[in-house]
Each structure stands twice: as structure tokens, then as C-alpha cells.
Write a protein that binds this ligand. Structure first.
Ligand SMILES: C[S@@+](CC[C@H](N)C(=O)[O-])C[C@H]1O[C@@H](n2cnc3c(N)ncnc32)[C@H](O)[C@@H]1O
Length: 268
């Protein structure tokens, strides 16, 4: 798929998810944890790439205080509209929102930021293009931090791909590029950063988060592949998938609802 097409679909997908995105509390915990581990200090200039509804940007703005500046960039106008509402509701005046492709930000000069954050965003971006651009934007001595699911997580997504295979679709795990500590280290190094700490933790989903699993997967990065199935195949796929999730929720909820994640950091 061409880059422009993939951006177009990310934009459409997230415009559609914007209204309910922040209702899933794991998104909030995941984004705030990245900021907490990055530990920004007063007065810093921060880029929050693929800011979405602004969860990390808001936490970062609180950390850097009134002398700091945060820029949140996202491709989805719908997500940015929600970010604007949340920022205004929080009474924060130091966050600028920019609608743009986070991999190409010529409006910002070299070394514009002391910290670049990307929470749960790199799976939608060409990793080296994104990291390369953020390397340019990072001031000497600055820090980059991103989060990623470990390869094979979330479990509900792995089960989705397993079911898809039975219907003849070979779907790739979007966490593949960065899904291990070694891959995070290598990606940072290849983009010219000095790899620094990595923190491996788990994130717990609620059973409510799973209610939208089918829609999230079928409208997400695998949308084009699903669209090749007949209506009958899609209905069978959906039934099998939702039944499997419901069974697993009854028999092994801990396994189904717990996801391994990695927070990776590098120096400029
Ligand atoms: C899973 S959300 C993460 C949002 C936020 N960082 C968080 O932690 O909640 C991924 C975000 O990436 C954005 N995105 C996807 N491709 C993008 C691109 N090329 N440039 C900027 N944002 C992009 C989507 O619009 C979406 O808001």
C-alpha cells in the first residue's frame, strides 16, 4: 500500500474511533506511563507525535508547567478535535495541536524539542522514517521515548490473526517491527539515537475493551485484507472470533486481558 493510502486509512480509522477512544482507560494508563517514565522537567519543549486525543500531551504539559511547551501532532482531525476539548477542559494553555503527518514535519527546525514522545503510535508509521525525522527534531542532549506492544500482544489481536488465517488471510502483527527489546534497541540505534533504558511491563484491559475488538480489527490496519472476503465469510469469521473471545473470557480472563508492553528510550 502506498504511504499516502496508508495515511488516508489511518486518518479515516481514527476519525471514526475519536469519540470513544478515551473511554478505554487502558489508553490513558498506557500514555501517562510513558510520560511518567520519560520524567520531563519544568520548561521543556516536547513533541508528542501521533498525539491522538492528547493523553500524553496533557500529562507532559502538566509536568513541564507554564514555562514549558508541548506540540501534539496527529493526522486525524477527529482525534485532534477531541484533544482540543480535553486540553481546554484541563485549562492548559501550553499545548499546540498540529494536523500533520508525524513523519514529515518541516515546519519545525532541527533541534526544536528536548523530548519527543510517541505513545502507541509507531505501529501506524514507517518506523525508520518517523524515528529519523524525530532525531532531526531533537536538541542535543534530548530524549526520545515510545511505547509498543510486545510482539504477539494483545492476545485478542493474535487470536484475530489466527482466525483470519483459517479464512485464507495472512495478516501481519503490527507490533512486529518493534515488538522485542532487541528490535527497539536496533531501531533507535539505526535512526542515530543512543539507546537508553527500556521498561517492560504489562497493561490490563477490561472486558469492556473487548466489546469493540471486532470493529477495531476490521476497521484497523487489516481492513483492506478483510474487504476481500465474502459477506458470508466475514459473518462466519466474526461469529467464530467473538465466540472464542467469550470462551476465553470465561476460562482464562487473565491471559486474554493482559498484554506485555515495552517503553523504550534513547538519547539524542
Ligand atoms: C493508537 S492512537 C495513539 C494516540 C495517543 N498517542 C495515545 O497514546 O493515546 C494512534 C494515533 O496515530 C495517529 N496517526 C496514524 N498515522 C499517523 C501519521 N502518519 N501522522 C500522525 N499521526 C498518525 C492516529 O490518527 C492516532 O491518533
Amino acid at each position: 500500500m502506498a504511504a499516502a493510502d496508508s495515511q488516508g486509512s489511518a486518518e479515516t480509522v481514527f476519525d471514526g474511533r475519536a469519540a470513544t477512544y478515551s473511554n478505554h482507560t487502558w489508553h490513558i494508563r498506557y500514555a501517562e506511563r510513558l510520560v511518567e517514565l520519560a520524567a520531563p522537567t519544568a520548561g521543556m519543549r516536547i513533541l508528542d507525535a501521533a498525539t491522538g486525543t492528547g493523553l500524553a500531551a496533557i500529562a507532559a504539559a502538566r509536568a513541564v508547567g507554564p514555562t514549558g511547551q508541548v506540540v501534539g501532532v496527529d493526522i486525524s482531525a477527529g482525534m485532534l478535535a477531541r484533544a482540543r476539548q480535553a486540553i481546554d477542559a484541563a485549562g492548559l494553555t501550553t499545548i499546540e495541536l498540529v494536523r500533520a503527518d508525524a513523519t514529515t514535519l518541516p515546519q519545525f527546525g532541527d533541534g526544536s524539542f528536548d523530548l519527543v514522545l510517541c505513545s502507541a503510535g509507531l505501529l501506524y508509521l514507517p518506523v525508520q522514517a518517523a524515528l529519523g525525522e524525530w532525531r532531526r527534531l531533537l536538541a542535543p542532549g534530548g530524549q526520545i521515548g515510545f511505547s509498543t506492544m510486545a510482539a504477539g500482544f494483545p492476545v485478542a489481536a493474535r487470536i484475530f490473526r489466527d482466525h483470519a488465517r483459517r479464512h485464507g488471510l495472512a495478516l501481519t502483527d503490527p507490533a512486529t517491527a518493534l515488538g522485542t527489546r532487541t528490535r527497539c534497541h536496533r531501531a533507535l540505534r539505526d535512526a542515530g539515537f543512543t539507546p537508553a533504558k527500556q521498561v517492560g511491563e504489562t497493561i490490563r484491559f477490561s472486558s469492556r475493551d473487548l466489546e469493540h475488538a471486532w470493529e477495531a480489527h476490521t476497521r484497523g490496519p487489516h481492513h483492506d485484507a478483510i474487504a476481500t472476503l465474502t459477506l458470508e465469510q466475514v459473518e462466519m469469521f466474526q461469529r467464530d472470533y467473538t465466540e472464542t473471545l467469550a470462551d476465553l473470557l470465561r476460562t482464562d480472563a487473565d491471559h486474554l486481558l493482559t498484554s506485555e508492553v515495552i517503553y523504550a528510550f534513547g538519547g539524542g
